[in-house]
Design a protein around this ligand. Structure first.
Ligand code: FAD
Length: 565
């Protein structure tokens, strides 16, 4: 079974501790139960009990300490991180968030050469500490160039820092807050570790009403000693972007966890609700919506798992992950919104009820495409790879499934963030050719039509500066990369070929929709608009296939799981 099932945990792990972390986390939430989950959510209660569990069971110590800085079971292992993030999302985005911002806070620390601080961080993780990532500021969002947090040289050596940060998760209690600033006079970037409990650190407010503490904090003449400095100059800049590279991948997994729980809840409700003498799941439109939701969710999971293989295999020579990673961030999270929309269309009023998981899912799924780089920022990044991806394929090592017990060393040594346009990719068309399925063939025709547009009606200079136009092209390109990753994993996981065809039924429709969007853009030329129309395809319907997928994969989930009350 490809979807997470809390009561049937059968994922492959090379060591017992990894499985133990997952099972203990599941058991914590199930024992605590759904009523408490929802009460705490409504009361916007800080999750002390969850963090006590994390401390007692050394969960973050195992999961977030790279090899060599902690106990024998500690390593940074994206294979197990994927499922951990999925489980947290499954039980509530708030629990995922306190872990996620700890991951972000740890990024600049593990990337730094400050060995003493790294050793200290390893000890703090063992003690159950949480961390924070102080990048954003109130006035200029993700625009790092405009950072106003300032470090001035102190008379006796070191610096004093002054300034405010905004939207910083865990800023109330984090043992260390990795804070990004500029050195006065030179404008040199600097990352340093501040302590949230220091007298010169002022936690101003929680800017959201939620269980999370998304802080505004102020440093008032905060003393930054040499030993608090993590990185300076280009290294500090790279640490900011490379940390986001690692962290933003986890947003896809939060979406997958949220959608999985919401699907179990929604189909259970619909299958047992009778209207006009029939069950809601007997309506043809309800079946179609559930089948689309399921197809999208399976695709989300396979794509994110495959991208993790490339992250774990990345090196200075193989940086394909820099495309696949923003695809997970942008596409998996927006697909998550589609899944919740489909489910909500069926369960309607039920989705508003205070006792449902769905009520949280419907709210929280919206955040993931917007945070840690919006959809726009990620598509703008993704299109930088398009020319090489389509027109300059090269031979590169095949990447297997990476479920081995290895520390992902390279993630903390990613190096300079430049040179994206020079990254090369393997020939994506080969995997499509291995799937002789009606909807995969249609999708290949759509790709060909897109390539025709790019070669025969190539976007001009003005269009390549027009973000509105680029975003529309980027949606089409992203879908191709998404489908490639999906097919690669459909092979590795030996996915039912009928289900692959069903997923491509969805993707063919999505491709047509994005083609129509590009067709309608004001700066699309007449020739380009013609090419867009040639991308439109009708999926190959197959009633027997759809009915089988419905019965064997989707409807089969109706009584599969309900959370312990
Ligand atoms: C609940 C929550 C938790 C958060 N946690 C943290 C945290 O722990 N640490 C932290 O540092 N930050 C955190 N953030 C900040 C978050 O990462 C930013 O809000 C996010 O990156 C987007 O920035 P913004 O909302 O300020 O948008 P803005 O930067 O104001 O952008 C405005 C618009 O311009 C577009 N845009 C901006 N730049 C580009 C570009 N280059 N190309 C194309 N379009 C562009 C955006 O897509 C957006 O539509 C958090 C925010 C929230 C709401």
């Amino acid at each position: 079974m490809i979807l997470l099932h809390p009561n049937k945990h059968d994922r492959n792990y090379p060591d017992e501790r990894s499985r133990e972390v997952m099972l203990k986390t599941i058991s914590f939430f199930e024992r605590r139960g759904k009523r408490k989950l929802k009460e705490d959510d409504h009361a916007a209660l800080w999750y002390d009990d969850f963090l006590a569990f994390v401390r007692e069971e050394r969960i973050f110590a195992t999961m977030c300490t790279p090899s060599g800085y902690g106990a024998a079971d500690a390593r940074w292992d994206t294979w197990r991180i994927c499922e951990f993030a999925e489980i947290l999302g499954f039980y509530g985005l708030q629990y995922w968030y306190t872990w996620q911002v700890s991951v972000l806070g740890l990024g600049p620390i593990w990337m730094s050469d400050n060995e003493a601080l790294k050793r200290k961080t390893g000890r703090l993780l063992e003690e159950g500490a949480i961390f924070a990532f102080g990048l954003s500021e109130k006035e200029h969002g993700a625009d790092l160039y405009s950072t106003e947090m300032t470090l001035e040289a102190a008379p006796g050596g070191g610096f004093v820092a002054n300034g405010r940060k905004y939207y910083i998760g865990n800023g109330n209690l984090a043992a260390l807050v990795s804070t990004f600033g500029k050195i006065a006079g030179t404008g040199e970037y600097c990352f340093f570790a501040a302590e949230s409990q220091h007298p010169s650190y002022r936690c101003v407010q929680n800017v959201v009403h939620s269980q999370n503490f998304v802080s505004e904090y102020e440093l008032c003449d905060y003393p930054v000693r040499e030993e608090d400095i993590l990185s300076r100059g280009d290294e500090a800049w790279n640490a900011a972007l490379n940390t986001v590279n690692i962290g933003k991948f986890n947003l896809g997994w939060a979406s997958i966890g949220i959608c999985t729980h919401a699907l179990y809840e929604a189909i259970h409700h619909a299958a047992h609700r009778k209207l006009y003498g029939m069950h809601v799941t007997d309506f043809s439109h309800a079946k179609a919506l559930f089948t689309d939701a399921y197809a999208r969710l399976v695709a989300m999971k396979l794509v994110a798992l495959r991208a993790a293989d490339y992250m774990r295999s990345a090196s200075a020579e193989d940086r394909r992950y820099l495309l696949y990673n923003p695809v997970v961030k942008m596409k998996v999270t927006t697909q998550g919104e589609d899944v919740i929309n489909h489910l909500w269309d069926v369960i309607a009023a039920k989705g508003f009820e205070k006792d449902t998981y769905f009520e949280m899912a419907a709210r929280d799924i919206r955040g993931l495409p917007k945070l840690e780089g919006t959809v726009h920022v990620n598509i703008a990044l993704i299109v930088k790879f398009m020319a090489n991806y389509f027109f300059q394929p090269t031979e590169l090592p095949e990447v297997p499934r990476r479920d081995d017990a290895r520390n992902d060393d390279f993630l903390f040594h990613q190096g300079a963030t430049r040179g994206l346009g020079r990254i090369r990719f393997h020939d994506f068309e080969k995997v499509f050719a291995r799937f002789d399925l009606p909807n995969v063939r249609l999708f290949c025709e759509q790709i060909d039509a897109l390539k025709q547009l790019l070669t025969h009606a190539t976007p001009d200079q003005a269009q390549t500066r027009d973000i509105d136009f680029l975003l529309a092209v980027g949606e089409l390109f992203t879908l191709v990369v998404y489908a490639q990753l999906l097919l690669e994993n459909a092979e590795i996981y030996e996915l039912d070929r009928g289900l692959v065809d069903q997923i491509f039924d969805v993707l063919v429709r999505d491709f047509s929709r994005f083609a129509v969007q590009l067709h309608g853009k004001p700066s699309t030329s007449a020739a380009q608009a013609d090419h867009c129309l040639k991308m439109i395809r009708r999926p190959a319907a197959d009633a027997a296939r759809s009915e089988r997928i419905w019965l064997e994969h989707v409807y089969a989930l109706r009584d599969a799981y309900t959370m312990n009350p």
